[in-house]
Design a protein around this ligand. Sequence first.
Ligand code: GAR
Length: 204
Amino acid sequence: MKNIVILISGRGSNMEAVVRAAQEQRWPARIAAVISNRADASGLAFAAAQGIATAVVANKDYATRAEFDAALQTVIDGFQPDLVVLAGFMRILTAPFVEHYAGRMLNIHPSLLPLFPGLDTHGQALAAGVSEHGATVHFVTAELDHGPMVLQASVPVLSDDTVASLSARVLSQEHVIYPQAIRWFVEDRLTVAQGAVQVDHSKT
Ligand code: GAR
């Protein structure tokens, strides 16, 4: 049984998709905790209603990134995680924190990386005039929105798209690929070699 700790900053719809998939598909894993850097993250209520432990480590209470990351790491490690899942966790992480969870921390980013790292990815995609956009699940490395990619989903960009319509189309795919990628991790199907992820599909 693997322990998963999920970090959120807001709505938590990806966290919700992961919790539901873990329950419905009976993963050999438990969601040990949902932790937010904001006390007002609306996703915390869903987690608590599911009987999942919740915690808030508020970045505004710490003077530096290093102090915040150290405090966050202590709370996360109290739940003995095999995997840390960043689900709309809107913080830039320090290198020691990332290193501590090397190979056991996943992120979902709302673009087809390496295109459009950073913020406002849907606005960036519309401004660039691309015909395809999407989302990427990747292992977290020290460089923001980089790291070995596990899974991507693409969606078309339509001529009348707005940030709202495009982000909704991408989000519905995020809710498919994030649970899938995490399930592969939990089932020990993922290996990383030379910066590339291999998925073992031979296991039943
Ligand atoms: C998601 O679209 C996620 O990909 C994005 O924030 C949203 C969170 O929604 N993450 C990032 O931009 C990270 N750089 P959610 O709280 O409903 O899961």
